[in-house]
Ligand binder design. Sequence first.
Ligand code: ADP
Ligand code: MG
Ligand code: MG
Length: 906
Amino acid sequence: MPMKRVYTFGDGKAEGNAEMRNLLGGKGANLAEMNLLGMPVPPGFTITTEVCNEYTLKGRDAVVKLIQKEVEDAIAHVEALTGKKFDNPENPLLVSVRSGARASMPGMMDTVLNLGMNDATVASLAEKSGNPRFAWDSYRRFVQMYGDVVLGMKPKSKADIDPFEEIMDKMKEEKGVKLDTELDVEDLQNLVKQFKAAVKDFTGKDFPDSAWEQLWGGICAVFDSWMNERAILYRRMNQIPEEWGTAVNVQAMVYGNMGDNSATGVAFSRDAATGENMFNGEYLINAQGEDVVAGIRTPQQITVEGSRRWANLQGISEQERAEKYPSLEESMPTCAAELIAIANRLENYYKDMQDMEFTIQDGKLWMLQTRNGKRTGAAMVKIAMDLLRAGEIDEKTTLLRMEPQKLDELLHPVFDKSALKRAKVVAKGLPASPGAAAGQVVFSAEEAEAWAEKKKKVILVRIETSPEDLRGMAVAQGILTMRGGMTSHAAVVARGMGKCCVSGAGEIKVDYKAKTVDMGGKTYKEGDWISLNGSTGEVYDGQVPTTEPELGGDFGAIMNLAAKYTKTLVRTNADTPRDAKQARSFGAQGIGLCRTEHMFFEGDRIKAVREMILSSDVDGRRKALAKLLPMQRADFEGIFEAMDGYGVTIRLLDPPLHEFVPHQTATQKELASEMGLTLEEVKAKVDSLEEFNPMLGHRGCRLGITYPEITEMQTRAIIEAALNMKARGIDVHPEIMIPLVGTLKEIQNQADVINITAAKVFEERGESVPYKVGTMIEVPRAALTADQIATVADFFSFGTNDLTQMTFGYSRDDAPKFLKFYKEHGIIKTDPFEVLDQEGVGQLVRMGVEKGRATKPELKVGICGEHGGEPSSVKFCAKLGMNYVSCSPYRVPIARVAAAQAAIEE
Ligand code: ADP
Ligand code: MG
Ligand code: MG
């Protein structure tokens, strides 16, 4: 049987279903499924994602030929179900051409509505419907969308104006009207004429009259849009592979712009911001397609309750609300009831919060889309827990519903309650995406990026946002828009990113040219501080201080579930008792990496460190080290106490000594006089420490081997601290870790120094404490000879930062320069320093684990590189059977959930 490339749906039947989202895309699969569920969906068909890949490979002509027959048959199917005819003015069938990838990509791909229109069909549509305004409104929308999307007239940069918008704005100005609904038939006819002239101007050709030509243009434009810049950027930000491709959905049009008994809208089965179990949504009367989210007119709420809440936030009286902005429940009660019933059924069916699109044509409800809704981190946790408590999903599913990265949003500060009471509210908008944010005002995505690069906190203030603003939104602390509702682009994208967002703050005045925003009687310039409360929609003057969030409730319940299912422990990377305590509160079970060198910089210590480095003989070094001993011991005591009951891995000195000596003449002079040396002597020593490539130089165990007295002092500090804490009743588990080992001899040498020193301390004190000696696996040679190294090591900890650096041969400090370019040009998919390169570096990790355990089956194995807190890397480590992953304190909850998911997925 030849490969099937087109799947039809309509009238309660469908060739596809919800399970087929890889082939049909999310939209296509769910349109099919809604049909099977007997819901009102306009008939249509889906061209598969595989065809998109064929298109990229073979090009337009070959693919059109390949699918022509199937598409023609599918159109005939839609004609039969609607009783209308495509490319025929008698009773014209108009269609929408919609993209739809596997993962939803909001606003990324453009849809063409009302396709099939020309001068003949518009006349017949006007006559048949008895509503010429509707017919011409549809026509002018079509010419504009087709011009923008298919003929490439949409401006590439924001600075340029859409040629069609320009024509329309001019006409509105001449007529002295504000809304497009205020234009009459003659205006619309005039618009179509001018639009077509603009098309001819741009393309040199007449606007295509043939519906078939239009259709093929539309289909191919969707495939082309898969490779447009916006789509590529979104895929990169969300790690969506290019090979997935997009499907094309062609669907009979239903018209929300047929008059006051028609409408279009979006709805959510629960609150996407808070997770509250409350159906909600927005609609616009006499409107089509994206009008609701485009922020052209003020959308109205679907439920009475939602409408009242909204009016309250906007400061609108109940009377004004009921008159001017009634809810759908009030204006079209039957449709509202049907919509709510469908939403309930869909949620029960998919067992997750649904985000739906609908259109009401002349009093009849049509469903146009449903998908699992995007949500904030807080909503993600609450919705999953609510569904679990309601018995809709089980514990494992609850955990799998977590996007681990999003838990981060719940760990971050909220506004300090008392400071908030004093804060001056300068504007109020919609609580589009919760959270607290303070930053300096900027007015464009470019500025936001530039300021963020300089480590500044910014709030991006826009009249409204569009997909071009994505990069700027990603780096801003928060987003404030003047226009747009709860489902505007800004709101949806911000919730997806977990960014604080206040949208539709109608009374503020943004002036892009002057770079100012007027709020609460004050003019804010670029760089002025404001604060946003994404949970209430309030905007405050200045920088409002924030406090730590609460971690109980549903968040705590998710953490408990993670603990129940995980097979991998999560430790933390912490160098201070404070970080250790913080991480413990997030559920860390031990320290996977305590870097001792950070302790060398504090207060007066650096002096003793420098003294040690500058000493010309062992005795001098020992004298300086003796000064450091009590300080290091005290540090370790604090950390052991904070990690009572858990293992603490302490790494011996790692960085090159050059990092500790002064490089400025003034400081060198000071040091010289303190040590009774000449400036020249100090300079000479500093110069002698200089290395061409310090990362590959005299560092790690190479230091401890050449200066064993350093290892002796650190071991003594660790063991003495452990004994002292043990004496105070604390359960200590010291693990001494040797960095940068590449050969068996290296670890043997250092292990000997450690064991001899420990034995000495035990003898002196007349008591002992169990301890472990292990090594980082971060030099490729260590992974390759892990079987030998394991004869000495009690544990391995993969230092994947250095391992990545040395496996790729990329210096971590220099790589950002070209990795950015690599990413943009598809040379690499993700930064290997963020996401573990499983294919390459991962092989060394796997080999290290396997070889190590072949020698010593009980070998304890973990990871302590940055990757230990990145979900996909955590899962990889968990699947290799590591005992633990270790990451920075704020990533502990993320790693815990990722590790539990890995156990469940196995
Ligand atoms: P996106 O993926 O960007 O949401 P969609 O394909 O869902 O794009 O469509 C854009 C808008 O057009 C939505 O509001 C949708 O409801 C509307 N739309 C799509 N197809 C039809 C149709 N056949 N009839 C009426 N409206 C439609
Ligand atoms: Mg949509
Ligand atoms: Mg290292």
